[in-house]
Design a protein around this ligand. Structure first.
Ligand code: NAD
Length: 477
């Protein structure tokens, strides 16, 4: 497929995703027509709308792409970025299709884009843009709890999701499930506990699963386990911040942090939370007192000594140009598309391993699925059974104490008796999903000698699952 030319900028992200797909498709047995249907973007909606800015008007470019309707609704975040373009939104929508299949979330893939730098707009202007974007989607039937369900992505968060939910509910009076039209909402607006940190938590679980397999670590010259592993994270936004937080909780040491304005490093470890606060206060990670080295570009930060690199900012960060200088043995792709296909081949040839985006950052869509289920069922997880569970556990503890004559301490009693909260159930579902999916991908990788990377294995699994959906629909034999 030819690369798409946008203005004078050549874009290749969708082409890269298709390259990965075509490579993996060789290891499946599906009809060429079916593979073509799976790979193509089903609907691409490009639109423009005016907003009032200052004393004048500005016309905003925006997109919503529904890559695959093999499952409904379609699902995917909305990116607010001045760099966003049609090729990028198509690529991200395609990745969503494969991602949902990998973690068994019953959605098709979609993605949205609004071409603005949010920093250049007031809150009121951002609200106007978001509400108008939503109205445009409603007009074309590109949003709805059973149609297409957006979520946060780069540059957007809970606030934007609230505006979308409110606009959709207002325009659809009486629709009981209206709040299921978008996920990543604040808890007060029927969001779900644990969604904010879900993607980063998922990244950390993915890394933990990978490094816990001693046999695989031996092949790349690392010891098993996360304890003491040195990690560099690029991007201190939603995904990067929570990846750093949970990797630290699991025993790893954050030695490097890279942001837009530069990078910092300390081989003995950085307190990522203190760096985050420093950036909030000063507008930059540079100048943080606990760093021993500073770099004026994010790219230099990626090349410092570490075991694990977590790119969690944007695509095309690891390319043929810089891959040879990376010192990490594992790349865990928090961002979508951070590694180009050529760079991936070199990284593996140099004895590394890549935990691919479509699996590594799937924690977000997994918990979005839970939020959507909560919105459709109109009840929070745990509400019906928590007290029942606690009473049953209490009866059991009383009985065991009575029979054995051994009295438990108050802490032991409360630990055993306690029923699960919504957050605990969400985290349990997320952890289970990430662990099962990793081993499913790894088994495919390990048991098929021709399959060269975890990404190829992930694609093979996704293609097979999507093919079954089409076959179940009776579209392909
Ligand atoms: P975000 O806007 O919260 O954070 C992104 C961060 O990256 C910002 O702090 C930004 O300053 C920084 N950044 C931008 N360019 C950079 C550069 N060149 N070098 C270093 N840092 C840079 O966005 P996010 O939601 O964390 O998304 C990050 C990536 O993760 C995107 O690729 C997104 O598609 C992907 N992702 C996000 C989610 C989610 O739930 N938010 C889920 C899956 C995948």
């Amino acid at each position: 497929m030819d690369n798409i030319i946008i203005a004078d900028q050549e874009t290749h992200f969708f082409n890269d995703v298709c390259t990965y797909f075509d490579h993996a498709a060789q290891f499946t047995k599906h009809d060429a027509g079916l593979l073509d249907q799976i790979k193509s973007c089903n609907s691409v909606y490009r639109f423009r709308f005016p907003i009032r800015k200052g004393n004048g008007f500005e016309v905003i470019d925006a997109w919503r792409v529904e890559h695959s309707h093999h499952q409904s609704p379609t699902k995917g975040g909305i990116r607010y970025s001045e760099m966003v373009n049609e090729d990028e939104v198509m690529a991200l929508a395609a990745l969503m299709t494969y991602k949902c299949a990998i973690v068994n979330v019953p959605f098709g893939g979609a993605k949205g884009g609004i071409k603005i730098n949010p920093k250049n707009y007031t809150v009121q202007e951002l609200e106007n843009i978001t509400r108008r974007y939503t109205v445009e989607l409603i007009k074309k039937n590109f949003i709805g709890p059973s149609i297409d369900v957006p979520a946060p992505d780069y540059g957007s968060g809970e606030r934007e999701m609230s505006w979308i939910a409110d606009t959709y509910a207002t325009m659809n009076p009486g629709q009981g499930d209206a709040l299921g039209c978008v996920t990543g909402k604040p808890i007060a607006l029927h969001g779900i506990a644990g969604r904010r940190e879900a993607t980063g938590r998922g990244v950390a679980i993915a890394v933990r699963e990978c490094v816990n397999v001693g046999e695989d670590m031996q092949k790349i010259g690392l010891t098993a386990g996360l304890n003491g592993k040195k990690v560099i994270v690029q991007g201190l936004g939603n995904v990067g911040y929570y990846s750093a937080k949970f990797l630290t909780e699991f025993g790893a040491t954050i030695v490097g942090l890279c942001e837009f304005e530069g990078a910092i490093y300390n081989e003995d470890g950085l307190d990522f939370d203190a760096v985050f606060q420093h950036r909030k206060a000063t507008g930059s990670i540079l100048g943080y007192a606990g760093a021993t080295k500073e770099f004026t570009t994010s790219g230099e930060g990626l090349e410092q000594p570490c075991d694990i690199l977590v790119p969690a900012a944007l695509e095309n960060q690891i390319t043929i140009e810089n891959v040879g200088r990376l010192q990490a043995k594992i790349i865990a792709e928090g961002a979508n598309g951070p590694t180009t296909p050529e760079a991936e081949a070199v990284f593996y040839a140099n004895g590394g391993i890549i935990i691919p985006d479509m699996y590594a950052n799937a924690g977000g869509v997994t918990v979005s699925y839970f939020e959507w289920l909560k919105n459709l069922s109109h009840v929070s997880f745990g509400r019906m059974n928590r007290r029942f569970e606690e009473n049953s556990n209490l009866n059991l503890v009383n009985m065991v104490e009575g029979i054995t004559g051994v009295a438990l301490s108050p802490l032991q009693r409360s630990t055993i008796i306690k029923g699960a909260s919504e957050l605990e159930l969400v985290n349990s579902g997320l952890e289970d999903t990430m662990i099962r999916s990793y081993h499913e991908i790894r088994e495919t990788y390990k048991n098929n000698p021709g399959i060269d990377t975890l990404r190829t294995a992930a694609f093979v699994g996704a293609i097979n699952k999507i093919a079954v959906s089409y076959q179940n629909l009776g579209i392909w034999p």
